[in-house]
Design a binder for this molecule. Structure first.
Ligand code: AGP
Length: 362
């Protein structure tokens, strides 16, 4: 059937879409780069970013996780304050808004009803809206003032992979453009760094056998799994856990390393898999401490470290990338581990139970 043709030689869309990520990042670079290497963005979006005093990111699921990273990117690169909100909760707990808010809706499909509910409400109040989406003609794209296209190509698997990394790459471009328009000098070349990210992704996509083995060793029979990380790694933990939950049905949670002692550590038993993400130099000692704590209580830690950083015992090491952009790379092994865990447990990888690709009901 038609879907088999689109899958090509791949057994699942998810695996194909994971593998496409390096090309997607290069495609984004091309779409948003001028001949002289500077960033190209719609004037109106630039103006909207410039004139807003606070940005409110609204999203759900994986796109929400991209928003958490996006907040850091925009605040660190462009110096603009950002709040990130889960779409379905926003209207219940509406924060006090700034004078000139800009609302950014992040949505792969552009059809998520929870986001639309917020969009309609804030538009009515006259606030500016921007949709970051993979589907430019979608509802959220048509109804917002502006659209930023993530250029990832159609994403078919229910579990979002390439849309997530594309969203973070496009938010990087948005942050850089805002910094440039304010005349902020950056001490790194973000476009070049995104190119390095694409190569690192390729290196990781070539390590499927190793990652399949990790999935086999840690996840073939377990009932649960924890992801721990600090700083930027914490956000990837949330995404890694969601991926694992939705396609392998393993109960999984992402935690900030420092929160373990406040409760979660009580759940650690003999053999509990704990995937520890340790790519941030400034928190490396602390997260290594957390790994020791859980190991001392019987956990089976699996460490994901970055080139150049110290780690204790065996680790899966990701290539070095700019510290702001680690999430785009660290997520690749997590996506692949989830994929293989689901496969080993005979789950329907592309169409997990109870889930729809776009959630058009509230
Ligand atoms: C992720 O793997 C999901 N299936 C889900 O969380 C998704 O990210 C969420 O429903 C939001 O969708 P959207 O990006 O199309 O708005």
């Amino acid at each position: 059937d038609a879907s088999d043709i689109e899958k090509g030689t791949y057994p699942h869309f998810m695996l194909k879409e994971i593998d496409e990520q390096p090309f997607v990042i290069r495609n984004i670079i091309q779409k948003y780069q001028n001949d002289d290497g500077t960033v190209r963005l719609d004037e109106n979006i630039r103006e909207a970013m410039k004139s807003s005093d606070r940005i409110y990111i609204i999203a759900a699921g994986t796109s929400y996780h991209a928003g958490l990273v996006g907040k850091q990117l925009i605040e660190k690169i462009a110096g603009r304050p950002v709040e990130v909100h889960i779409a379905s909760e926003f209207l219940y707990n509406m924060p006090l808004l700034s004078e000139n808010p800009l609302f950014i809706f992040i949505s792969q499909s552009g059809e998520t009803a929870d986001l639309r509910g917020v969009l309609v409400e804030v538009k009515e109040k006259g606030y500016k809206t921007l949709t970051v989406t993979n589907v430019p003609g979608s509802t959220l794209s048509r109804e917002a003032d502006f659209t930023l296209h993530t250029h990832a190509g159609p994403e078919i698997a229910v579990a979002s992979t390439k849309a997530y990394t594309a969203q973070m790459a496009v938010l990087t471009i948005l942050a850089v453009d805002t910094a440039n328009s304010k005349g902020t000098k950056l001490d790194f070349d973000p476009i070049q760094e995104l190119g390095i990210v694409a190569s690192a992704m390729e290196t990781l996509c070539d390590q499927k056998e190793k990652l399949e083995q990790i999935a086999r060793d840690y996840l073939s029979t377990t009932r649960n799994c924890f992801f721990i990380g600090r700083a930027a790694d914490y956000f990837v933990c949330l995404e890694g856990a969601l991926k694992l939950k939705e396609i392998s049905y393993i109960q999984a949670e992402g935690f900030a390393g420092g929160e373990l002692k406040h409760g979660t550590i009580a759940l650690i038993e003999d053999g509990t898999p704990v995937i520890a993400i340790a790519t941030q130099e400034h928190v490396n000692l602390s997260i290594r401490g957390n790994v020791k704590e859980v190991a001392a209580r019987g956990a089976n830690p699996c460490i994901v470290s970055m080139e150049g950083l110290e780690h204790d015992g065996d680790a899966f090491v990701i290539p070095k990338v700019h510290e702001y952009l680690t999430s785009l790379v660290t997520v690749i092994p997590l996506q692949l581990i989830s994929y293989y865990a689901a496969l080993h447990r005979d789950c329907d990888v592309d169409k997990p139970r109870n889930l729809a690709k776009s959630v058009t009901v509230e």
